[in-house]
Design a protein around this ligand. Structure first.
Ligand code: DP6
Length: 411
């Protein structure tokens, strides 16, 4: 039996992917660009074992067994990685060498997120990236990350960007077979370590429209999407890459907010419209704009972005993070002990986080433009930063026991 365990990170786009030109191969209608967030607080962890004795492929997701044959996207990832392994085995045979015939073995897959899937924090991206990366390690594939991203893309579009750390572009490509629709690293995480992120988990009772479903309604009905694809994204991609290379937070921040807003505008332009933002999301946008208005030299100090849900991700230089966290905690008080998660320990206690807050001290901050929200409107605040790509863990981290069964199962 061969067993490998890996983790993969979450990525949050600053130029959004929204729309497919091929739904089977998952080929997008525009390029996109994301920032990879630290796995210290958010990651998907996957263990895969392959053994001659296994009778069929099995999958456990967050402690529950799932029917792997029903998951077409995962099946595509298996098929593609097994084909690459088979090629390695055949090449070895031609050289007169023998490789263990792993491509013909069944596998057991066990995967967990260290954050609740329901929080809507891009779990498909990290989950599918972890699956493909772990399969590649299990099969000793020699392909580079961009080649693997072609496979991860077929699991979930945004997953292809979670194979790299730092700043990552998904180039849409133009070929019908998708061979040039790949992720590439724009800059590693070490390039701009001062860039940090605050994830505001916004409570949302109702179940929203999934990205997969929502984006095709947009493709089919939104004239604004066509303008975005043709005119807006190509220009923004070039500007965003330049801003990242030059660590130019002003351009980065303005483009990030505008692109998030345009993504939600095309959702509204979809017929019938799709709504992902709620009142809390919009209040956070307002706070960020008010906060930026306090800057004496007019420079932007923070930028928000929202995916297909109400959660906000605020990007900002490290030096502004303390103030930003205080602002958010003031207007959106926590109601639970685990409200604030901060591996970087900016505050000694949750108390300290609110007691320091002095909005009046900020010259232009219009304190009354936003009400203080009921406790729990933002359920969690997670302080994180840009960080590395997938990691290989030691055997002691395995989620499967010696029989190839999950160590932990939930009811
Ligand atoms: C709003 O990658 O989840 O987060 O390819 O259908 O699996 P599928 O969709 P998915 O869509 C992500 C959309 C987004 C924007 C982004 O991450 O770029």
């Amino acid at each position: 039996m061969k067993t490998v365990t890996c983790t993969a990170p979450v990525n949050i786009a600053v130029i959004k992917y929204w729309g497919k030109r091929d739904t089977g191969l998952i080929l997008p209608t525009n390029d996109s660009l994301s920032v990879t967030l630290s796995q210290d607080i958010l990651h998907s962890k996957t263990t895969i074992s392959a053994a001659k004795e296994y009778s069929h492929d099995r999958l456990w997701l967050n402690g529950k067994e799932e029917d792997i044959t029903k998951n077409k996207r995962m099946h595509n990832c298996f098929r593609e990685t097994r084909a690459l392994r088979q090629q390695l085995e055949q090449d070895a045979a031609q050289r007169g060498e023998t490789l263990e015939p792993l491509s013909s073995y069944h596998v057991h897959v066990c995967s967990e997120n260290n954050f609740p899937t329901a929080a809507g924090l891009a779990s498909s991206a990290s989950g599918l990236a972890a699956l493909v990366f772990t399969l590649a390690k299990l099969f000793d594939l020699t392909n580079n990350m961009s080649e693997l991203s072609r496979i991860a893309r077929q699991g979930s579009g945004s997953a292809c960007r979670s194979l790299f750390g730092g700043f990552v572009a998904w180039e849409m490509g133009s070929k019908d077979d998708g061979s040039d629709s790949l992720a590439v690293q724009v800059a590693p995480e070490t390039h701009w370590p001062e860039l940090e992120a605050l994830i505001c988990v916004v409570s949302d009772e109702k179940k929203g429209t999934s990205s997969t479903e929502g984006m095709q309604h947009t493709v089919n009905t939104s004239p604004l999407l066509q303008h975005r694809i043709k005119e807006v994204v190509p220009v923004r991609m070039a500007e965003m890459k330049k801003a990242i290379h030059e660590r130019d937070f002003q351009t980065f921040a303005a483009l990030t907010m505008k692109d998030s807003n345009q993504f939600h505008a095309v959702c509204l332009d979809t017929y019938p419209p799709i709504f992902y933002l709620n009142d809390t999301s919009r209040a956070i946008m307002k706070i960020v704009h008010e906060y930026n208005a306090t800057s004496p030299d007019g420079k932007l100090k923070a930028a928000y972005t929202y995916d297909a849900g109400p959660n906000a991700v605020i990007y900002a230089p490290k030096e502004n993070m303390r103030e930003i966290i205080q602002l958010i905690a003031h207007y959106f008080p926590g109601s639970a002990d685990n409200y604030f998660v901060d591996p970087y320990k900016l505050f000694t206690s949750t108390q300290d986080l609110v007691s320091d807050f002095k909005p009046a001290g900020h010259a232009a901050f219009n304190e009354n433009s936003i009400p203080v929200f009921p406790a729990g409107s933002v359920s969690r605040l997670l302080h994180t930063k840009t960080d590395d790509g997938p990691r290989v863990l030691g055997q002691e981290e395995s989620l499967l026991n010696e029989q190839g069964l999950p160590k932990r199962v939930s009811a």
